[in-house]
Design a protein around this ligand. Structure first.
Ligand SMILES: [Zn+2]
Length: 335
């Protein structure tokens, strides 16, 4: 069943204390990879559980059984459509969205009489993937909620939601697990170096679990090795290799962003966050922290455009050249 992760119990209890006053729309926020969807599903299950007064889904009533089987008639889960494949079987690198059609179907669902107890629960995750038309349609449903309709929105980036949607939801930030809880959970999942993978993913345990067994670990390692030796960095060659891997450009930009973050952070405050395993190299490069601030801005714009690059190789080339430029620039001493 959709049991909570060990680090979610406090949040769960805090939410339950307010159970009687829960609004019809709740917005669960926090970084990706901490288990927000699991939490939302658990809450949906509880709302649909037919055993009165229980603080956990009972797991035995008919509501719980429907839910566990994935076909409760009063439950909907809205997630982005799967990436489409074109005729050659290649995945189109399109940003996943929740389309307006899905939200229109939802209107029918929430406006119908419920099948069982009068509650109809919808989970939208991640809510910021609704495209503009979908978000506007969804807003209408939120504005005139039929009795018994409950919406649980999950967002990694809640600021990207329409302010009008945000203002109609009660925001409930989920806690990032403390390192100890996250590390023991990862160790129990069989991860060999939990601390390191947690660092790579900024402390998010589910993301760290993925990181530990990601198919691209070797590619990332190779790229970081190149970044660590800028004097020998062959921009054209690396960009070509990266393009051939067909990795999501956003993923590669994410590695670069973390690399840049650590150099800047080491240089300005002595802290390292993402790549403690590269400390010596990062430390050496951190004398260029100030000029690398510019590179971070470049990376940020690249990140925004990363889901629809016209030519990944050119994107990689320009980011790597910008990196070298920043490293060559003499740091301007602060006044
Ligand atoms: Zn139940």
């Amino acid at each position: 069943m959709n049991a909570l992760y060990p680090w979610q119990k406090k949040d769960w209890q805090a939410l339950l204390r307010e159970r009687e006053r829960l609004p019809h729309a709740l917005l669960l926020t926090g970084p990706a990879g901490i288990g927000k969807l699991r939490f939302a599903e658990r809450l949906a299950n509880l709302l649909l559980c037919e055993t009165p007064g229980s603080a956990e889904p009972c797991g035995e009533c008919e509501g719980c059984r429907w839910f566990a089987a994935g076909n409760h008639p009063d439950y909907r889960l809205l997630t982005p459509a799967e990436a489409e494949e074109d005729e050659d079987g290649k995945t189109k690198r399109k940003q996943p969205v929740i389309p307006v059609d899905a939200v229109r179907e939802l209107e029918d669902f929430v406006n119908l009489t419920s099948h069982r107890r009068g509650v109809r629960v919808t989970v939208v995750a991640p809510a910021e993937t609704m495209n503009v038309a979908a978000a506007n349609a969804f807003l209408k449903t939120l504005e005139e909620p039929p009795a018994g309709a409950v919406f649980i929105l999950v967002a990694h980036h809640w600021r990207r939601l329409l302010p009008t949607i945000r203002s109609r939801c009660r925001q409930f930030p989920l806690s990032l697990p403390d390192h100890h809880a996250a590390e023991s959970w990862l160790a129990a999942e069989g991860v060999v170096n939990p601390q390191l993978h947690l660092a790579h993913m900024g402390g998010a345990p589910l993301a760290a679990l993925e990181d530990a067994s990601a198919p691209w670990l070797a590619q990332r390692n190779e790229l970081l090795q190149h970044l660590a030796n800028p004097a020998a960095l062959d921009v054209i060659g690396i960009a070509q290799t990266l393009e051939k891997t067909r990795l999501d450009v956003a993923l590669v930009v994410d590695w670069l962003q973390k690399w840049g973050h650590d150099i800047v952070s080491l240089g300005l405050s002595g802290n390292i966050r993402y790549y403690p395993d590269w400390r010596d190299d990062l430390q050496r490069l951190s004398v260029r922290a100030v000029p690398l601030l510019e590179w971070q801005k470049t990376l940020l714009s690249a990140r925004k455009a990363a889901h629809h690059p016209l030519n990944p190789r050119l994107v990689y080339e320009s980011l790597l050249f910008a990196y070298l430029d920043a490293l060559r620039t003499r740091a301007v001493k602060p006044q």
